[in-house]
Design a protein around this ligand. Structure first.
Ligand code: ZN
Length: 241
């Protein structure tokens, strides 16, 4: 059986990559809500395309008001939920191999925003269901793939879904690289502030800025510093390097 499954994925590899790229091309970071589209156009579009992909494979699908989509393996009651998501963080700057929403395969790797988080794993889970179906592997219970569209901004999509549906007794979430991630860093989204007496004494930091979103590690940072002799900075940098 293992050999059959491996062969199946060898044969379907290109199709799977094609489908991941199809989703990566859709810019699906959160936008302002519109009527019937709680996270804007991009997340609704990527969800529609993914559900169409699944129904072309012969699965029943349901769109929960553009919050999440569900794909059922068959008519049995689901005992396993697979949670993946199709929204992404913003494209950001500094890409070298390609632009964020123009996926390419280079040197055996797929580049583009969301390839690993989480469009790639979402499509892999869908193909896993397709493999079980095409290879006629019998299942004793139902499996449901749930595709969210607000994971990166607080998971209000999943709260909406579980307000309507029951949780299955088993759940896993393919949301990063293979095989299993059993721990993730915590997130503290706080606001820190302090007040100082106004002063124009130098040297001083006038402003600083970094990052595009609170759950994205900043790629660059910039500060405006006043009252430092450029020579001193050079000496300091030399000392560091
Ligand atoms: Zn993710």
């Amino acid at each position: 059986m293992k050999k059959l499954i491996e062969e199946y994925f060898e044969q379907n590899r290109e199709l799977m990559i094609r489908d991941i790229m199809r989703l990566v091309r859709i810019k699906s970071d959160k936008e302002e809500a519109k009527e019937g589209k709680p996270y804007g156009d991009g997340p609704a579009e990527v969800l529609a395309v993914a559900l169409e992909m699944a129904s072309e494979m012969g699965f029943k699908t349901r769109n929960y008001d553009n919050y999440v989509g569900a794909i059922d393996f068959d008519d049995q009651k689901n005992k396993l939920d697979i949670l993946a998501h199709l929204d992404v963080v913003p494209g950001g700057d500094g890409w070298s191999v390609t632009e964020p929403f123009n996926p390419v395969v280079k040197d055996g790797r797929l580049y583009g925003r969301g390839t690993i988080d989480d469009k790639g794993p979402a499509v892999a889970a869908l193909y896993a269901m397709k493999a079980v179906k095409d290879l006629n592997i019998p299942l004793k219970a139902g499996v449901r793939l749930i595709l969210g569209t607000d994971e990166e901004c607080g998971s209000s999509d999943i709260r909406y879904y579980y307000g309507i549906e029951e949780e299955a007794p088993m759940t896993f979430s393919p949301d990063a690289s293979f095989p299993v991630v059993n721990i993730e860093k915590g997130g503290l989204q706080g606001k820190f502030e302090s007040r100082f007496e106004e002063s124009t004494e130098t040297p001083r930091i006038v402003s600083f800025k970094a990052g595009i979103k609170s759950n994205v590690i900043p790629g660059e940072a910039a500060a405006v510093v006043e009252g430092i002799d450029p020579e001193e900075i050079r000496d300091c940098c030399d000392a560091v390097t």
